[in-house]
Design a protein around this ligand. Structure first.
Ligand code: GTP
Length: 239
């Protein structure tokens, strides 16, 4: 029997940390990258249109430099550059296992990748290519979560799948508080009012205004990318 898909077109938000080795931290881990690529390949072969937005925290954290040595705007641009490094690494991993991909950057750097052109991105998706969006929104003061929300709306994705280290959104940090409870479903307003760490407020508001659901799920459980893309009731649904 053909495997069922819950969606037609999705945006997967991968943080930079998703690409690093959990123990070693910093940078890009070849094994981790291959694992993600293989899961994406499997789901791509089922016909799901996938756009990935990558973060940069494994290489550079703009937020941790604020008020310190580096000016905020400069730090944000440095973060945007770091997302391009991650995007190229993911593209390489995907192409090595035979998945067609295109990287598009919000800041033009034609020698490395295509510039972001919405209509081209949509065509790539229609042709079954995985699109990797790099460079955030191209603007300082906006996170890659906001970039994911923006791109998802622009390309008419049905959902943002936000990959994290935990099983969903909790009432407290589940890594520190054993009694923290996971929410199965939340409204956008609850996320904003309770200041739950789903995505930053700009991103959540953008999703709310455009009725774009967000599913927060654990990237590190085996097979979870496939499960979430098939609409399995894992993680937390924000709608
Ligand atoms: P279709 O025309 O829909 O088949 O898409 P396509 O991406 O195959 O066509 P195109 O001729 O635009 O691209 C061919 C290759 O060049 C692809 O690998 C693109 O990612 C790449 N490419 C296209 N535009 C740029 C660019 O501005 N910079 C870089 N570095 N590569 C580009």
């Amino acid at each position: 029997m053909a495997e069922k898909l819950a969606y037609r077109r999705v945006v997967l938000k991968l943080s930079g940390e998703a690409l690093q080795n959990a123990k070693k931290g910093y940078g890009i881990d070849a094994g981790v990258l291959l694992n993600i690529a293989q899961q994406l390949k499997e789901i791509n072969e089922l016909g799901l249109e996938i756009a990935v937005v990558v973060g940069a925290g494994n290489i550079f954290r703009a937020a941790s430099t604020i008020g310190r040595a580096i000016d905020r705007v400069t730090a944000d641009y440095m973060g945007m550059l770091a997302t391009v490094i991650n995007a190229l690494a993911l593209q390489d991993a995907l192409e090595k296992i035979g998945v067609h991909t295109r990287v598009q950057t919000a800041i033009e750097m034609k020698e490395l990748a295509e510039p972001y052109i919405r209509r081209k991105a949509v065509r790539h998706l229609e042709k079954g290519r995985i699109i990797i969006f790099a460079g955030g929104t191209g603007n300082p003061y906006f996170t890659t979560d906001t970039a994911a929300a923006l791109r998802a709306i622009e390309i008419n994705a049905e959902v943002i799948l936000k990959a994290t280290k935990v099983d969903g959104v909790y009432s407290d940090d589940p890594l520190k508080n054993k009694k923290a409870k996971r929410f199965k479903e939340l409204t956008y307003i609850e996320v904003v009012n309770k200041d739950l760490k789903v995505m930053d407020r700009t991103a959540v508001t953008l999703c709310m205004e455009n009725n774009l659901p967000i599913v927060v799920f654990n990237l590190f459980r085996k097979g979870n990318i496939k499960k979430v893309m098939q609409g399995a009731p894992i993680g937390t649904l924000v709608k």
